[in-house]
Design a protein around this ligand. Structure first.
Ligand SMILES: Cc1ncc(COP(=O)(O)O)c(C=O)c1O
Ligand SMILES: [Zn+2]
Length: 430
């Protein structure tokens, strides 16, 4: 664990106290609302953790760089996710070194466990009486799981049209889930929960959103540490993320910057965003620090990243890293969601597939070149939301008792990756 000295504004550096996690920067508010980030002063560098003596597994392998110690943590075995080489998709796109960080492998099957783990651990440590989250999905499920483990009640304000399996997941962890007809109506409820009752917010709780709990965001630094270590401390040229409020984007960026300061790595990657409605792209173009709220042009299948306005923290990372943003359509998301499942064996949520759709677009636009090393973040499991993908799948075969008809039907189907001859051999038929 690294001792914190408080929080500070990401945009103007104004200092805040360690318990000011439930606010944005007063100085920046009128101009361009900004999130606060955890401030360690020089202590992270003074301690100088050594990359060659890292111990343990998962997120806690990097515990020396987190704001809470492993002993005090509420842990479910988060982090330590595999980095897959996407050989088939990489080849088809002409970029051999394409990798995917498989965050479906976390305890609640999404990357949000890294955030929820640190946020709920801090909440428990400071004596919070309840966890509260505004979430249509993964953030709520993760908060609910860690709250359950911590023995804290969890209240989630969600949208009426939230995806079924995610609601079930939140409720299974025994959270109180409140469905609100209009998404914006969640803010006054959240504000009351935080300001009047002192419940600990792991998610955004006022609009315009500046991002999630600054302590929770620190958990995402471990994505950067893991990617670097899994790549033998070589830094990818590009990290491509599905982005909504940019918590993971700023967390990862902070992780890479810390490693550079510690001498663990020798350069920084470009951070790239897959977004739905184009708020970041518009701000990059206009040069403004205030994110525009974009028109809701279509009903996206990427429900987890469907906010029409992004945040300054996300914009800051794209600018600092020399990155870019691209919008991904339903068609592109579905195409890559199916390719990931069919050719790489990875079934991910539509929002996550947006990262690969974006890689394809960044190659097309000339940002990503053939020899670049690219890491895409696959943020959540496909089992969380199956509605969009089901109509695009092969029909289910029903067995009516006639095995001969069944096997001749199966042998007539084109088998992926097999030649006609191979099929005859495997079927054992002449
Ligand atoms: C599956 C998935 N991918 C991506 C995101 C975007 O995350 P962030 O808010 O950190 O940009 C979310 C949540 O918002 C999500 O649930
Ligand atoms: Zn500020």
């Amino acid at each position: 664990m690294t001792a914190t000295i408080g929080l500070r504004c990401l945009r103007c550096d104004a200092p805040y106290g360690p318990l000011d996690y439930a606010r944005d920067c007063a100085r920046c508010k009128q101009d361009a609302p900004s999130n606060l980030v955890v401030d360690y002063g020089e202590s992270a560098l003074i301690a100088r953790p050594n990359r060659d003596t890292l111990k343990g597994s998962g997120l806690w392998r990097y515990g020396d760089l987190l704001p809470i110690s492993h002993d005090e943590a509420i842990s479910l075995g988060e982090g330590g996710s595999p980095l897959h080489h996407l050989t088939s998709i990489g080849r088809s796109l002409g970029v051999e070194a394409l990798f995917a960080k498989d965050e479906t492998r976390n305890p609640t099957a999404s990357f949000k466990d890294r955030l929820a783990c640190i946020a709920v651990s801090v909440a428990k440590k400071i004596g919070a009486t309840a966890i509260v989250s505004s979430s249509t999905g993964n953030a709520g499920a993760a908060a609910a799981a860690y709250a359950a483990k911590a023995g804290l009640p969890c209240i989630i304000f969600t949208a009426k049209n939230a995806v079924g399996p995610l609601l079930t997941q939140m409720r299974a962890y025994d959270a109180d889930v409140v469905a609100v007809a209009n998404k914006a109506d969640r803010w006054p409820l959240m504000q009351r929960a935080v300001q009047d009752f002192g419940w600990f917010p792991t998610s955004p709780f006022f609009g315009p959103v500046v991002g999630s709990n600054p302590y929770g965001i620190e958990g995402y630094k471990t994505l950067a540490y893991e990617i670097a270590e899994q790549n033998n401390w070589q830094v990818p040229d590009y990290c491509v993320l599905p982005v909504c409020y940019g918590d993971a984007l700023i967390g990862m960026w902070r992780g890479f910057k810390e490693m550079l300061a510690l001498g663990w790595i020798d350069r920084l990657p470009r951070m790239m965003a897959a977004e739905i409605y184009g708020s970041l792209g518009a701000a990059l173009q206009s040069g403004s620090d205030a994110l525009p709220d974009m028109p809701n042009t279509h009903d996206t299948i990427a429900k987890s990243t469907s906010a029409t306005r992004s945040t300054y923290q996300a914009l800051h990372v794209l600018r600092q890293s020399g990155g870019a943003a691209t919008t991904v359509s339903n068609e592109a998301i579905l195409t890559w969601q199916l390719k990931l499942a069919k050719t790489e064996g990875l079934f991910v949520e539509p929002a996550a597939a947006g990262a690969i759709a974006a890689v394809a677009q960044f190659i097309e636009s000339g940002h990503i070149k053939k020899n670049d090393v690219v890491v895409a973040l696959l943020t959540a499991s496909g089992l969380k939301d199956v509605d969009a993908v089901v109509p695009a799948l092969k029909p289910l075969i029903t067995f009516d008792g006639d095995a001969d008809t069944l096997f001749s039907q199966l042998n007539d189907r084109p088998l992926a990756g097999s030649s006609q001859d191979m099929r005859k051999i495997t079927s054992g038929r002449p």
